[in-house]
Design a protein around this ligand. Structure first.
Ligand code: FAD
Length: 289
């Protein structure tokens, strides 16, 4: 099923994310987490895409397993900067052959060892989206950044390029993580004002390792509210307490989003079924029906 049909209904949807194993040795462990996350019956599950090699093959494999064996709709991520156009075309063909209908089209991070841009690679996600559209009837999602993409100095440029990207054929957007909902509301206001009307799924990251998250957020320019920093300072050295606090923080963000009329939510569940299950349990009455 195309994800957009679910997102356009009035029902609350919660989607969950998994990432493929980096080595074949950990494939079974990841598959177990995938199976447990699917058992929570999310609206769909997204499978991230790594740079090249086995990781990228595993995205198609896991997305097919989710759809065919676990009967949950799947969304396969696909990046283009780390592969040649020919390689990307062959993954699109594979997705089509596996009847995967939903793709999150991304540029990905630019590998240090290659010269970029180059003739044989798609430069922006928008070019990848045009290529996907030429090659099949897919539902296409793309990424957006409530705090601006780290490579852009001016937020207005970011929104201008986002609009161009959406106009290439994007059905929905998923945001980068944020920890202050007011940033998301402000972003929604600004993009709607510029005529971007597709559904936007807020991406909620349940933080289970506070110190690691602080480092990641410094790199991506994600604002960390004082309330979040106090939690990391207090519980950062106690993994069980940090996980519990991270689950409550994410739950709190989701309740606020739903209370403010947002009904499609994406959780970066990061192969952690126990975390996803705890959040869904906290929301059981709220997301009923
Ligand atoms: P683009 O939309 O191409 O944008 C990249 C930069 O170029 C931005 O600064 C944009 O403003 C600018 N730009 C766009 N068009 C133009 C133009 N015409 N002229 C000038 N500048 C322009 N990474 C992975 O490797 N695997 C994943 O599975 C993955 N999943 C993700 C899921 C989500 C929801 C998000 C938010 C990110 C994900 N990423 C993933 C990270 C993503 O690949 C990086 O953030 C990457 O740096 C940008 O990808 P993009 O698709 O947003 O790029």
């Amino acid at each position: 099923m195309k994800i957009i049909d679910k997102l356009n209904s009035d029902k609350i949807t919660i989607s969950l994310e998994v990432f493929p194993p980096k080595t074949s040795a950990s494939y079974d462990k990841v598959l177990k987490a995938v199976d447990e996350i699917a058992a929570l019956q999310p609206a769909f599950m997204s499978v991230t895409y790594g740079a090249g090699g086995g990781t990228s093959k595993n995205t198609v494999r896991i997305a097919s397993h989710i759809k065919d064996d676990l009967h949950v709709d799947s969304l396969a991520h696909l990046t283009c900067a780390s592969s040649t156009k020919e390689e990307v075309r062959s993954v699109i063909k594979e997705l089509k052959e596996n009847k995967i209908e939903n793709i999150l089209a991304l540029r990905g991070d630019i590998p240090e060892e290659i010269s970029f841009p180059s003739e044989d690679r798609f430069r922006y996600a928008s070019e990848l989206i045009q290529e996907i559209k030429k090659n099949g009837d897919f539902c296409i999602g793309a990424a957006c950044y409530p705090e601006g993409h780290v490579e852009n100095e001016h937020k207005e440029d970011d929104i201008r390029y986002l609009k161009e990207k959406v106009e290439c054929g994007v059905d929905f957007l998923t945001t980068q993580m944020f920890f202050d909902n007011s940033i998301h509301y402000n972003f929604l206001y600004r993009i709607r004002e510029k005529g971007i009307t597709v559904p936007v799924l807020p991406g909620i990251m349940p933080v289970t390792n506070g110190k690691q998250m602080k480092r990641i957020c410094q790199l991506s320019g994600t604002f960390l509210p004082a309330r979040f920093l106090a939690i990391v300072d207090k519980f950062g050295n106690n993994p069980a307490a940090m996980q519990q606090a991270g689950i409550v923080y994410a739950t709190d963000q989701i309740i606020d989003l739903i209370a403010n009329g947002i009904h499609n939510i994406h959780i970066y569940s990061m192969n952690k079924p126990e975390v996803a299950a705890a959040i869904l349990n906290n929301l059981s009455e709220i997301i009923k029906g």
